[in-house]
Design a protein around this ligand. Sequence first.
Ligand code: BGC
Ligand code: NOJ
Length: 794
Amino acid sequence: MKEYGHFDDAAREYVITDPATPWPWINYMGTEDFFSLISNTAGGYCFCKDAKFRRILRYRYNGVPMDAGGRYYYINDGGSVWNPGWKPSKAQLDRYECRHGMGYTRITGEKDGLRAEVLCFVPIGSRCEVHRVRLSNIGAAPKRFKLYAFVEWCLWNASTDMENFQRNLSTGEVEVEPDAIYHKTEYRERRNHYAFYGANRPFDGFDTDRETFIGMYNGFEAPQQVLSGTSGDSVAHGWSPVAAERFDVTLAPGASEDIIFVLGYVENPQDAKFIAPGVINKAPARAMMESFATPEQVDAAFKRLRCFWDDLLGRFTLSSDVPELDRTVNIWNQYQCMITFFMSRSASYFESGIGRGMGFRDSNQDLAGIVHLIPERARQRILDIAATQFPDGGCYHQYQPLTKRGNNDIGGGFGDDPLWLIFGTVTYIKETGDFGILDEPVPFDNAPGSEVSLLEHLKISFNHVLDLRGPHGLPLIGRADWNDCLNLNCFSLDPDESFQTTENKTDGSKAESLMIAGLFVAEGRDFAELLRRIGDGYAETVAKAADDMEAAVKAHGWDGEWFLRAYDFYGGKIGSDECAEGKVFIESQGWCTMARIGADEGLCDKALDSVVKHLECEYGIVLNAPAYSSYLMEYGEISSYPEGYKENAGIFCHNNPWVIIGEAMAGRADDAWRHYCKITPAFTKDQQLRKVEPYVFCQMVAGRDAARPGEGKNSWLTGTAAWTWKAVSEAILGIKPQYDGLLIEPCIPERYGNYRIHRRFRDAEYDISIHYTGKRGKFFVPYKPGKQTLEVEI
Ligand code: BGC
Ligand code: NOJ
């Protein structure tokens, strides 16, 4: 089977050795508010704070060829034009390697005795990308060649940048200095920010007008100035501003030289925008360039970045007999959790950065993947999310990272949303012991003066779901529950309507969700426990409501062999053996088994058996079966997808861990492990079939009914990251944070039952050697600051 790359675990890198991957295989850079996406051929873009409103580089989504636009370095070596990252010229390289590491990417190309190694990263504490281009003459003869550095600017708003050309083509403005190009479109008016692309030495020629550099009839693969070894020294006025910088380089055999580039973003105070009429204040940009002007400075900044990740990834480490498990747990799963936390679902090669901001439910779930790494940021995130809530507990489905305000782009009124705030907060307090967060004042809909405590927000959230119950006492689904595509009140026949935002027919709706019911029981019990701990009498009301819900599920949500999925608008069953299609669904099996509903009567085991029997396939567990074969207006978007894709019987990886956790809670180690391995990319055998990156989880893998089962899509930004982390770290390896310590309760096949875990937990550090004998037991380690070494036989 063809391999495009391999893991280098010691370096925490994935090494791509063939640039023509089946799809761009990308990485992310940035840890605070400046972020970049970079593909294995140097494609991608960066932004500050908000991928829609503060886009720095232009990017063409789904272009032909794919992945057009990025940070392109061109070399013209005696008329032979090539790029170290192969694209865009695609000139055959003698050697190519791309190493995606933790927050950096290093791309190396070699041709005809010349090596160009481009190290890209976003330094901690800076709003820029640093590119260190190391040029080495590895041949026997002297080399004289030209290096071009090229980026294309986005006119800030990534959405209007692609639409409003009657305006855009007249607004572009730049300033040029001997060693830097500044992009200042719209800075003359309301913007207080600009971008720049500087080098640590003056260039020998430049262009800022795209057509002068590339040529009206050429593409990125063959810019006319690069082909002719010249520069137009053009200054852009409108049209499309770019930054293209030329360096004439001479290298003796064996010699090597670094040119350092800084691609940065600056905000100036309103009263310090200009130093002369029309001349921008460049001091902050200069300062940034000066802080990365020498190889030593770059080395130091790179070392800081590596230390940052070493420290983070040192908080939870595993040493087991399964290399795929170790590399997933120690490196890539945690890394993906961090990236998903930063981006929510905004910017990837499947999310345009334009359409979606931070999801209410998504961001709460993402916390489960990072709270042990960056608890202080988890805290802030919880408060930000809660502040977008409405006084009645309802929620905007998403909010914009720039303003932290809710927006209605994907509607509101999703029945499950409020419960995720409880999930996020409980997860946070169990990890940190910070009960104080409950007293934080948090407004509604960001309105000053409306503040109540976070605890009050949680109660309102719980009651919101409690109050919205249907004829069976089960939660009403609203616009949808976790499954955005189960639109039971939408009834849309108009192709121009959105399933998410179209006005719903809720009057008289009987549409209820068993997924929310399971979530309600699980989170209700967690919430009751939290309330008891703080001595809040409301605990009993909450516990009773959870018990009542469990009873309602048993009475009206059990189909005989599995849990029903929902009742539709008219009260008809969904996810029942009585249905012609969509007889079994994964979400309610996951949540009801995690809530242990009817466990004593054997319902959980039966439901989990049904998952194996009806939903499991070679690549994971499909969402539903049989798939819907035609559009059903009363079910909505779920039936809009062809069979085997997305929410219609795709392997929607996010929900597989729910079953894995349910399996582990039921003590079924082999099933839990098998389900886990199927969706975990490190176990992937066929890279060509999978298509997307072999080092990160994807949202969806095509299911067994699809044309190409096993083909992955929507890699990177998915709740799968946090949920598989929870599944593997807590349910399988058994390290469960509790309010006052760690509970150790593994559920792993016995043959893998000997492993060691290093776990930082608040101010404690535990070194735990586990010998799991297959007998289900638990061991509680009370929290005590300091180091502890434990041998645990369970
Ligand atoms: C997708 C969902 C997504 C929703 C909202 C749908 O088209 O299938 O996965 O959550 O859009 O953006
Ligand atoms: C993707 C969304 O981001 C998430 O919130 C949702 O739960 C799933 N799609 C399932 O529809």
